[in-house]
Ligand binder design. Structure first.
Ligand code: EPU
Length: 416
């Protein structure tokens, strides 16, 4: 189990390049199953969740050839299994995308109930309801979800809760179904659009991705393509948070500023000066940070995956901030670790009250999930002294070379 040792107090200065979006990659890799022709996927982040998704495809018989550091050629024509092994599915939430992808390709899928970060109950009822509407049956047997269909047929599917995962799974399953599928109250996150763009690039007929109504006209066969994944807006937002608490002066490169609007607005409201360019953002934190109220929401709202990082920033801001978690039931588990460093935060259900302006002091702390880990790095960079962060494997699930990138910006961080 790795640990990060972070000496707080350095001002971050310089440039940082943002990698491809984790959550787009984790949808697009299984989507390659829909075509029997090889696809080249570029701008893939080098993170452990992507490696895990490759392992899943390989155990099913796919050929994966590295083209360069961030590109692979995936050939799924050789896939012959319809089962994702339990031990792999358990390690990652996004393993459930193999349900939709395998169902589309083989009319059956066998995937263990997914694992992943634990923010309370993470049901998949909407995914299953969507598959049923398309004509599949399922049973859960020994912890394995078994989906079967004789034929998938387009349908109108309404989600009463906006779900990224369910929208993605239905996009995957409906792409080659007979007829037209309409998803109402679909998620609008940039990675939904990215998946739809990838599927369209191999011959799918999907319109409306990025709005709350997506129309999918089923096609018979899909082709190959050479596709580049969008930048990761949460990685970019995390570096903004790190710049915020270190009086940083950082150019965040290779981003899509449109995807970052809610994060940029919030960071500006707490006092960061942000210059926007076509594919980069210049962040300057040269004054006191101000309090802010934040509610996480589905896109285009403030992302839940930035909630822990902004909470860590607000511990350094003047005044009392209120942070409301609008998506997950239990995403404040990291707060105890921030308090161990001297933060004054109280949590009542889905609301945290952050009494800012405290001087955080280094302490041994433990990451309990990916974004909680990022929040602890934010806190450690702004704290006095040397912080030890345990469970780096969570952080490495979603941030490529975070030690190298922060070191290049002048931070003192090492992995032991
Ligand atoms: N929900 C249901 N039923 C379902 C599915 C979801 O009630 O069948 C509820 C959930 O309980 C939650 C809400 O709907 O309250 C939203 O969940 P969603 O399905 O959108 O989340 P997800 O697809 O499981 C993805 C990201 C998460 C991110 C959420 C919200 C991936 C692999 N994961 O999860 O990312 O927090 O969307 O934006 O794309 C992360 O990257 O750190 C991460 C956790």
């Amino acid at each position: 189990m790795g640990r990060f040792i972070v000496d707080g107090g350095a001002h971050l200065k310089g440039e940082v390049k943002i990698n491809g979006a984790k959550n787009a990659a984790l949808a697009i890799i299984p989507a390659t199953l829909l075509s029997k022709k090889p696809c080249v996927i570029s701008n893939l982040p080098n993170i452990s969740d992507v490696d895990l998704s490759f392992q899943i495809l390989k155990t099913m018989g796919a050929k994966i050839e590295k083209q360069d550091e961030h590109s692979v050629m995936i050939d799924t024509s050789t896939v012959h299994k319809t089962e994702v092994p339990f031990e792999l599915a358990m390690k990652m939430r996004a393993s459930y995308y193999y349900l939709g992808a395998l169902l589309a390709r083989f009319k059956e899928a066998n995937v263990a109930m997914p694992g992943g970060c634990n923010f309370g109950v993470r049901p998949i009822n909407l995914h299953l309801k969507g598959f049923e509407s398309l004509g599949a049956n399922y049973e859960i047997d020994g912890g394995i979800i078994r989906l079967r269909t004789t034929n998938l047929t387009g349908a109108k599917i309404y989600f009463d809760v906006v779900s990224v995962g369910a929208t993605i799974n239905i996009l995957l399953a409906a792409t080659t179904a007979d007829g037209v599928t309409i998803i109402e109250n679909a998620a609008k996150e940039p990675h939904i659009v990215d998946l739809a763009n990838f599927l369209n690039s191999i011959g799918a007929n999907i319109i409306g991705a990025g709005t709350n109504i997506i129309k999918i006209k089923g096609v018979k066969e899909l082709n190959s393509s050479d596709y580049t994944i969008i930048p990761d807006q949460i990685e970019a937002g995390s570096y903004m948070a790190m710049a915020a608490v270190t009086r940083g002066d950082v150019l965040i490169k290779d981003v899509t500023p449109k995807h970052l609007e809610s994060i940029v607005n919030k960071m500006e409201s707490i006092g960061l000066k942000i210059k926007k360019y076509d594919s980069s953002l210049h962040i300057l934190s040269d004054g006191d940070l101000e309090k802010a109220d934040v509610t996480s929401q589905a896109y285009p709202g403030f992302p839940t995956d930035m909630q822990p990082q902004i909470t860590a920033v607000l511990t350094f801001a003047k005044g009392t901030s209120i942070v409301t978690e609008g998506i997950w039931d239990n995403r404040f588990q990291y707060v105890g670790e921030l308090c161990r460093m001297g933060a004054a935060i109280t949590v009542d259900g889905k609301v945290a009250v952050v009494e800012g302006g405290k001087i955080l002091k280094a302490a041994p702390v433990e990451a309990c999930d990916l974004r909680a880990g990022a929040a602890l790095i934010v806190a450690a960079l702004g704290a006095k002294g040397q912080t030890e962060i345990k469970n780096t494997r969570y952080i490495e699930r979603g941030y490529e070379d975070i030690v190298g990138k922060l070191t290049a910006l002048g931070a003192s961080i090492k992995k032991v």
